[in-house]
Every structure is written in structure tokens, then in C-alpha cells.
Design a protein around this ligand. Sequence first.
Ligand SMILES: [Zn+2]
Length: 565
Amino acid sequence: MTQYPRRTIAVSIAATAVLATGVLAGGNATASAPQELDDSGPSKVLVVLFDQMVPEYADRFYMPNFRELRDAGTNFNDAYLGYMGSETVIAHNVLMSGQTPRNMGWVDEAYRDREGLLSSDTDQMWITGELTYDQYGTIIQNKGYPKLADYLQEAQPGKKFIVVGQKGYAVDSAAAESEYDTYDADIHVKFSGRTSSTPVAGSPDQLCNAELGGRYRFPDGKNVPSYLTEFCGRYYVQSADPYGTSAAFPSWIYPLDGNRFVPGTDVDHLGGDNWVADAAMEMMQNEDWSGMFVTMGGIDKAGHMWGAQSDRQSVPGSPDYQSHVQFAAENADVQLGLMLDKLEELGQLDDTLVVLTADHGATWGQDYYGKTSPGISTTSDTNWYYGPNSLPSVYNNPSPSIQPLVATGNVAFSYQSTSIQTWLKDASKVKRNQALKVMKTLPGVMATYWKHGTRYVLHDKNSIPGDEKAWFKSTASDIVNTMADVNGPDLVALLRDKVSYGAYGDHGGAGETVQRVPMVFWSSDMDAGNETSSTFRTPDVLPTILEALGIEQTYPTDGSARPLG
Ligand SMILES: [Zn+2]
């Protein structure tokens, strides 16, 4: 099997040396030449999100470009999300808004439409990952906060805000418009759904299927530039080959579908994070932009399939080689290096604030309570979701592990990953306590909470492992409370670390391993190498970006601007 060529360290360091002026060779800042400081500071911001990247990956794997920025910029080494759910569909709009989920509009993978925003049925459950761009906008506008795009467009009229990534719900939720948005030239680019496996004979679809080697995906979104949409061109990638991941546990719970999350070997149609970065670079070059949010999903897919930190890379030549966490992390780092090189080549690097982070961390199912059979639609999705009345999809095939809860007959919806959130049909005291009593007996449960207006009340605890006590005591109630909105769950159960009910590798809860994220800010005018343990939570990202760009914050956020070195 042909491997996609990686950049070598020599190329990488040479290409990004300008980034690290003064801190190459092991961060020896004292030996450096004085830097040219740009008094005006950056006017652009590039947020690069590594989906599900835990901070340790930067050192455990070969990620020289990430390390260079981290070591030359401001690295908040104590950063964590500070909210639930620790999920992709939450984080992408927390980052863009500075709001915690309760003030952002949706708090988890499921949403009970108590305010009747999406339909007139205020009991209706919705899967947030399946909402449309317009539906995210409706919920955001109901809350009424501005987003990063609004601030940038106000400060720099006419310049574009761009979101690009593989996942529809990540890109759509990040790009969805607030009521402040009167500027209609934003661009967002994501993968389309999969084309039919049985196209009409002789149709363009069928010809492209044949060329790419199976069903395919192509760029979709809003205002997608024409240079990305040539039919069956570079940005069309095959969506068929599972690369061996449908043939073994645990990857078969959530297997690959072709080159959505891995680059693959067709050099004319590379997918995965290469697809994202290539599209980003074309837009850097061709658009007059002020902000760009690049979200790369490769690490997340690998982590879900194989168990995140517990995964071990397979040997080169294995069919599943590209599907593992190490490959994904190192490949994502190559893409980061290429994007930085591109900015430099375009003369934009000195004017750009670069933010590196993740949307959540990860843990894995050392104690695994999901179904273990193959198949996304029959196993992983139905491990995560139990919702016999949800829209647009119905999930009614729960893991046996949550059957005792389902058997109460009082579950309107339940989402379980590395925590459990349950929406009740009847939340009256007697019925609620009945469900809480059952919830406490589910495997891996440490603590149970019930929603009481604008906060959650700790109902009961099982024993908490010694190495999780301090984190639990200092963070759990604050984190759980960020879900306390009318749409949120009636009950929450926090699980021990290394417990999963969803995919084998997963996230979603309040534990330290799923809450910790890398948090790096770099611009060429920063003093080099500010490693700090000062407070940083993900809602701080938006205010911190605004301050670094010299844009006045005009609407309250749950986060605060944190000082950069
Ligand atoms: Zn994610």
C-alpha cells in the first residue's frame, strides 16, 4: 500500500522557522536575536481544531509543528472545557460564542424543544448532530448572542469568515448565524452526504463512482467557492472502503467509510484532514478573509474506533494503518505545518493569531458497556442514543446496560457516552426519584444529579476512585450546572474514567481525561515561550481572541479574556 508522503522534520522546521524565531533548538529563548515586533498586532485569526486531541499527543506522537507553536506561543497547560457535554456539537459553538451550553442554546447531543423553536411540539426530542444549519441559527438567535464572525465583520467590513471541516454538525453549528449577522458572504465547507451505491448507469454519478472507487462525498455548505467544486475533481473523495476497520472489534462499532476521515492513497483525491487543509489553503489564497476556523476530524474518528489513548499504531502496510490515532495525529500535524507555510508564503502569517485547541478530550472503554456487534447504525449510534420519539431519527435499540433505566417506562430520551443524560417523560418528584435510584445502579456510575431550575442537585454518589476524587470535588458540580437549560436533561450520571457506553473510545462527560484540551495561542508579536498554568476554560477562547485582535467585546460571555504572553 502506498503511504501518503509525510513532510520530514527538516522541511518542517525550515518551513516554519519564522514562527519560532528565538526558540528553535529546545526553546532557548535567551540565545535568540531580538524579534521585530509588529505594534499593531494581528488582524486575522486562524483557529485550528484537532478533534478529540488530548494534550499528551503532542509529545507522545511526532507533532513538530504543533510543538513549535506551543513552545513559541502562550500555552495554557491547565486548560479544560469547563462544561458539558464534552462533545463536538457543543464545543464548536462554545468556541465561536464564549457561551457555556446553557447560554448557548443546546447542551448535549439531544435537545428537548421546550420553547417550541423547531416545531410546535414542546415535548419533541431532537438529535442536535442532525439539526440543520438554519435550525442551529434559530436556537442561537433565540438566545441572542453575537459570535466571532459578527465581531470580525463589524471590525473589518467586507472580509470573510470561513469555517471548513469534514463534519456537517461541527461546521454548521460553528457557522450558524446569530441575529447580529447581516453579512451574507461567509463561507462554510463540509463534506456532503454519501452518494448512492446504485447510481443510474451512465450517469455522471456512476462515472465518478467508478473513477473514485465507490460511493463518494464532495464539498457542501454555504457559498462554497467554485474552485472547490469541480465535478469529480480533487475535492471529491471515495466513501466506500472501510480499510479493514469493519472487520474487527472494537473498530467495527464505528468503522471508516472511505476517505472522509483518512487521506487514503488516491493522491488526486486525498480525503481526511488533508482535504480540510487543502481547502483551507485554497481559501486563504483566494478569499479576503479575517477569520478562519479549520476543524480536522481525523484524530476523533481514530480515537472512537480504537480507544483513544489506549490505541497502538498498526505496522506500515496494514489495511488499517491510516485509521489509527498515531497516524491521524501526525498527519494532522503535517496539515498544520502546511497551513502555516501557506500563510507565510502569502505574507499573512505575521498578521495572524493562531489558536490550537480541541473540542474535547477522550477516554476509552476499559470497562465497556455498549453493544459490541459491528455497525455504526446498529451499534454505535444506538449505544449512544435511545429515543423512540426523536427527530429526525428514531433510536430504539438500546444497550442491555441501560435496560433497567428504559424499563422504568419513564425515559423520553437517553444519551450515554462517558456520562449518562436522561430526559424523563414525567419529572415529578416520585417518578424522578424512582429513575435516579435505578440510574445509580447502572455500571460505572459515580454520581447522579437532577435538574432543579437553573442548576443540578447532587442526588447520590457511589464510591469515587481515589485518583478522581480531587478533580470531581473541584469541578464536577460547576461542569454539570452548565447543562441547566430548559432543553437539557432531567437527570445526569457521571461515570468513572475509562468507562464507555458509546464507541470504544469516547467523551461526553465531566472526567478530567475528556475535559482536558490543548490550548495554544501564537502570533509573531508575542514574547516567546509563555507556558502558563493560569486558569483557562474553553469559553475563554472568544474573549481572548477579541482582546488579542483589539476588538472590543460588546456582549457578555461566560468566559473571560486571558492574558497572552
Ligand atoms: Zn469532537
